[in-house]
Design a protein around this ligand. Structure first.
Ligand SMILES: Cc1cc2nc3c(=O)[nH]c(=O)nc-3n(C[C@H](O)[C@H](O)[C@H](O)COP(=O)(O)OP(=O)(O)OC[C@H]3O[C@@H](n4cnc5c(N)ncnc54)[C@H](O)[C@@H]3O)c2cc1C
Length: 407
């Protein structure tokens, strides 16, 4: 039976004190913001720093400063009142901390880039208890590493973002008894030259998954109020046989899914499979994804369009990999007891591994297992080498190791 020291700081000084104590007592630190990451649902030893009391949101023009423990739902709600937004993730309860430090793929990534791309500064309490302001001009090495390198470099007590005007959005759902390959090809062709305002997500899930309608479906978001342009850009999808479209104009805050973090005392189901950032979605990959779903009844396929502003950010200017990717793809099966046997698990893993070979990199924020050998595959080799240098400078004792660890 292990014991964990739980700290809930309400100020930067509290964080400094906690880190000092962890350093003196040799305690491994688990940092928790939204609580959706792998390490936050593991009762463990060491020190757990829960940042939820540090979640204030301040707006100055279009610059938004957010406490390290805030969630994206709260940020979207607050910004929405001012007609502003930051491209974040899709779920309200996901933390600004974990999502931003790992990258952050959301509904406006094609228009504005990752959540990390909108970061213009951050306040960090480092492993030796120093409070450091970072930006493109202040400790730029640390600022570079924070944008994709995860929670390896200290506790971020404040994130500064450049928000953008977003008075309204158009939201479209495409469901029905559709042929998955036909929907995938229409989506792929439509997105090839689509305006940056348009982002789509494809899902194909079995009936037991409560998060989406069973079968192949598509959700599209137009970052703006022009429904006509969304329909025009997705004309090929509207024409797919069997498709039913439902188009609404909600507030951005209202399209963020509600999903509470997992209970730390409950074992979450594992996920066999993985994800990849892919430069191309060619016919062969489409056929393999369709065959994968058909071969494994409990499997899921999830895809998000990239490109646009995401791809316009130079590869070396942040730690995030795969800037040439036009698609993010996640495929696998939930490892619920009784659902998958060893043979099923192995077959899913092998099929996914064959597809993943064609990807540029794996997105660490969606890797929900602690497998250190996968960490180099989450970065370009140049970025991984540079992250190791930054780590050696800012956390040489590896106090912050409960993450996809840079060693
Ligand atoms: C339901 C669900 C939906 C998701 N949707 C998306 C999505 O749409 N887009 C996307 O890109 N990803 C998404 N993800 C993945 C998500 O980005 C990661 O799980 C992320 O790590 C969660 O961040 P968190 O703050 O909620 O989790 P936490 O467990 O609190 O944090 C995760 C890790 O981040 C680090 N960390 C967090 N905050 C700080 C801080 N202030 N200072 C230093 N280190 C910190 C720590 O290392 C911590 O272990 C989703 C995950 C889930 C479970």
């Amino acid at each position: 039976m292990t014991e964990q020291l739980i700290i809930t700081p309400s100020s930067v000084d509290d964080v400094v004190e906690a880190i000092g104590r962890a350093g003196r007592d040799g305690l491994g630190i688990t940092v928790v913001a939204g609580g959706h990451g792998l390490w936050s649902h593991r009762p463990d030893d060491g020190m757990r720093i829960e940042l939820s009391a540090m979640s204030d949101i301040r707006i100055d023009g279009t610059t938004v400063s957010v406490g390290g423990g805030a969630t994206w739902g709260a940020v979207a709600e607050r910004l929405g009142r001012e007609g502003l937004a930051i491209s974040s993730g899709d779920t309200a309860s996901v933390g600004v901390g974990g999502l931003t430090l790992g990258g952050g793929i959301g509904w406006m990534t094609r228009l504005r880039g990752l959540a990390a791309d909108q970061l213009i500064g951050a306040q960090v309490v480092t492993a030796d208890g120093e409070v450091v302001e970072t930006s493109a001009t202040q400790h730029p090495d640390l600022f570079w590493a924070l944008r994709g390198g995860g929670g390896n470099f200290g506790v971020v007590t404040r994130f500064d973002f450049a928000a953008h005007r977003l008075p309204s959005i158009v939201h479209a759902e495409y469901t029905g008894a559709v042929e998955p390959a036909a929907l995938l090809r229409a989506m792929r062709d439509a997105m090839r030259d689509a305006p940056r305002e348009l982002t789509v997500t494809y899902m194909d899930v079995p009936p037991m998954d409560p998060s989406a309608p069973a079968g192949a479906s598509l959700v599209a978001v137009w970052a703006g109020d022009d429904e006509h342009r969304l329909r025009e850009a997705l004309a090929a999808v509207h024409d797919v046989e069997g498709v039913t479209a439902r188009i609404t104009t909600p507030a951005y805050r209202d399209i963020l899914a509600e999903m509470p973090p997992a209970d730390p005392d409950q074992q979450s189901p594992g996920f066999v499979g993985g994800n990849g950032l892919f430069a191309q979605l060619d016919d062969e990959l489409i056929d393999r994804l369709v065959a994968f779903r058909a071969a494994h009844p409990s499997s899921v396929v999830f895809m998000r369009s990239l490109g646009g502003a995401f791809g316009a950010v130079p590869q070396e200017s942040t730690a995030f990999p795969g800037r040439d990717a036009t698609w993010f793809i996640m495929a696998g099966g939930f490892d619920v007891p009784g659902l998958l046997d060893d043979a099923g698990r192995d077959a899913i893993a092998a099929d996914w591994a064959a597809m993943q070979e064609g990807s540029l990199a794996e997105y660490g924020n969606f890797v929900s297992v602690d497998e250190p050998q996968r960490v180099p595959g989450m970065f370009t080799s140049a970025a991984h080498a540079r992250l190791r240098e930054v780590k050696a400078r800012w956390d040489p004792r590896n106090l912050f190791r409960r993450n996809h660890n840079i060693v």
